[in-house]
Design a protein around this ligand. Sequence first.
Ligand SMILES: Nc1nc2c(ncn2[C@@H]2O[C@H](COP(=O)(O)OP(=O)(O)O)[C@@H](O)[C@H]2O)c(=O)[nH]1
Ligand SMILES: [Mg+2]
Length: 235
Amino acid sequence: MHQTFDAALEINLLHANQQGADHNRAHFDEWGITCLNIMSSPGAGKTVLLERTLAALSSELQIAVIEGDMTTELDADRLRQYGVPVIAINTGRSCHLDSKMVAGGIHQFEQNYNPNKFDLMLVENVGNLVCPAEFEVGEHAKVALLSVTEGEDKPLKYPVMFQAADCLLITKTDLAPYLDVEIDRIAANVRQMNPHVTIIPVSAKTGEGLDQWFDWVRSNLRQRNSVAIATASSQ
Ligand SMILES: Nc1nc2c(ncn2[C@@H]2O[C@H](COP(=O)(O)OP(=O)(O)O)[C@@H](O)[C@H]2O)c(=O)[nH]1
Ligand SMILES: [Mg+2]
């Protein structure tokens, strides 16, 4: 009886969250913004990846960031140095962003900037390999990071994140030679959970794989943005 109640509660919670996520996505669609939800365990390299991405793409695309952390604006401050709007959301005791929190971030963004001028919203989720995958925030695609230091078995032990991902970045490949880990085996375990996911091994330190990641981002921009880029580059 108790378990039935918990299950019903969780279904209601996820249903309400999904409605909020659909609402957020409708805003992004109206503005022609592609939203990517960046997720991983703490320390896998999300903020460094965003730093590299802003450095490489912010001259070509108008990018904004929603930065989720339980406490502090440390990551948000790192990203503000790239001259893009960064909306910080502190989740308090919650281990993930939910669609209501992101709606608050979108509201702040809308009040301070003209959203029609933006192409890409990067959401850095709270570091956690479980909950963020279950709570959509209005993204068009999910990007998961798994660093080589976390071990080959994590895709099997935390399947939800890996099943949900549209793109999986195996990060910190520069450290692989120092560990008892094989990148091919990590990739095979990810494929077991999600046969069609795009897998890109990257190192923010050496730059390996970053161009492939930037191309994946470009190819995932929604139609309106792709047209705008094509028009701008032909002028
Ligand atoms: N060697 C190496 N270290 C990295 C790489 N990417 C991130 N790091 C380090 O990993 C730590 C956590 O990175 P951070 O981006 O803050 O992770 P986040 O918690 O997922 O946002 C920092 O000390 C980074 O310098 C990488 O490609 N190679
Ligand atoms: Mg971070």
